[in-house]
Design a protein around this ligand. Structure first.
Ligand code: HEC
Ligand code: HEC
Length: 308
């Protein structure tokens, strides 16, 4: 077949030329490899197919639909729907379950903890800290030291109605401002502060002058043994855990002016499921210990005013 006379072979490279020549420069005839042409052709066909089947051409407000009807947005929607459905299932199970059933069901418990943790960050961390560690005037919720009780029901009531909050059912009790209201004179306050400071030590406090003052003015809320009473939200004064600080000046300030801080009621801001999730979460933070013995008999009547 080959006709050497027709072909012009370049001497240096030994490659055939196209016959074009410029000022003595010859163009070599190097055709593209066959495999490369095939890949090129196939990708053209593939891209036409892709344009037809998938959304490809940008048009105002999105892109052409594509014959398959597929979009990533739809895919996202579907998987989202699946998640929502699964949540809905948990939510309706959760709604029906009592607290003890939630604690016994690992799925519901995990659901409550996840929801509670998120809701805590959003609503509670501003005051109680992200780790619920509290601060001056804001109780630490990690320890098992409770003002108003650490059972599920007690925590649930605290969250729903708040403490000294703007709510008809809120938990109430006002420690009087013994100095400001003239109930005790400075000397008596000094004595009772001395006494309170000694309570968390090993000292025998019954011989102290503050003992009498305490029994007459303070025991009705904090208890004769000063171990606190959940009914009145009165803290244990013997455990060395201080809400407002344990220095002499802190305690003097508490007794002279009283504190009476406020915890908002959540039943108007959060739905009951969220409050119940938070209850499980907070209960778990405090070690999850039930302390039935110290609970007031009826947690259904949280209003305990000392005015009566
Ligand atoms: C505006 C600040 C503030 C916010 C927000 C707040 N708290 Fe409180 N919380 C307080 C204060 C102050 C107390 C203590 C009140 C007292 O002296 O009895 C308290 C008390 C509590 C108690 C009772 C502790 C005990 O020892 O009995 C619980 C439980 C509690 N908060 C949980 C929560 C949860 C859960 C949230 C979020 C939904 C929340 N708090 C949001 C300020 C706040
Ligand atoms: C009407 C009930 C009541 C009476 C009476 C009462 N307290 Fe309190 N006390 C409370 C409550 C409730 C709190 C904590 C909540 C708050 O004030 O925010 C508290 C808190 C305290 C604290 C702060 C504890 C801490 O952890 O920082 C001290 C100290 C204290 N009381 C001492 C006394 C002394 C001393 C008397 C008597 C002179 C007295 N209380 C009488 C209800 C009472």
């Amino acid at each position: 077949m080959s006709d050497d006379k027709k072909k012009d072979i370049d001497e240096i490279s030994g490659v055939e030329t196209t016959g074009h020549e410029w000022d003595g420069l010859k163009e070599l005839n190097n055709p593209l490899p066959r495999w490369w042409i095939w890949v090129w052709v196939i990708s053209i066909i593939w891209s036409i197919w892709y344009f037809v089947v998938y959304p490809a051409w940008p048009v105002p407000g999105g892109a052409t639909e594509g014959t398959s009807g597929y979009t990533q947005f739809k895919e996202l929607q579907e998987s989202q729907q699946e998640i929502v459905q699964r949540q809905q299932q948990y939510l309706s199970d959760f709604e029906k379950a009592e607290f003890h059933q939630i604690m016994d069901d690992p799925g519901l418990y995990a659901f409550a903890m996840a929801g509670g943790r998120a809701a805590f960050k959003d609503n509670c961390a501003v005051c109680h800290g992200t780790g619920a560690e509290g601060g001056i005037g804001y109780p630490n919720l990690n320890d098992d030291d409770w003002l108003w009780g650490g059972t599920m029901d007690a925590i649930h009531t605290t969250l729903e109605y708040g403490i000294r909050a703007d709510n008809l059912d809120t938990r109430l009790s006002q420690m009087p401002a013994f100095g400001k209201e003239g109930l005790l004179n400075k000397e008596q306050i000094d004595e009772v502060v001395e006494y309170v400071m000694a309570l968390s030590s090993d000292e025998d406090v019954t011989q102290m002058p503050g003992h009498q003052i305490f029994q007459q003015n303070c025991a009705s809320c904090h208890g004769p043994d000063a171990k606190g009473m959940h009914e009145f939200g009165a803290p244990n004064l013997t455990d060395g855990i201080w809400l407002y600080g344990g220095e002499r000046a802190d305690i003097y300030e508490t007794v002279y002016n009283a504190r009476n801080s406020l915890m908002p009621a959540w039943n108007e801001r959060l739905d009951d499921n969220t409050i119940r999730q938070l209850t499980v979460y907070v209960h778990q933070l405090g070690g999850g210990v039930e302390e039935a013995a110290k609970e007031p008999t009826s947690i259904l009547s949280p209003v305990k005013s000392m005015e009566e």
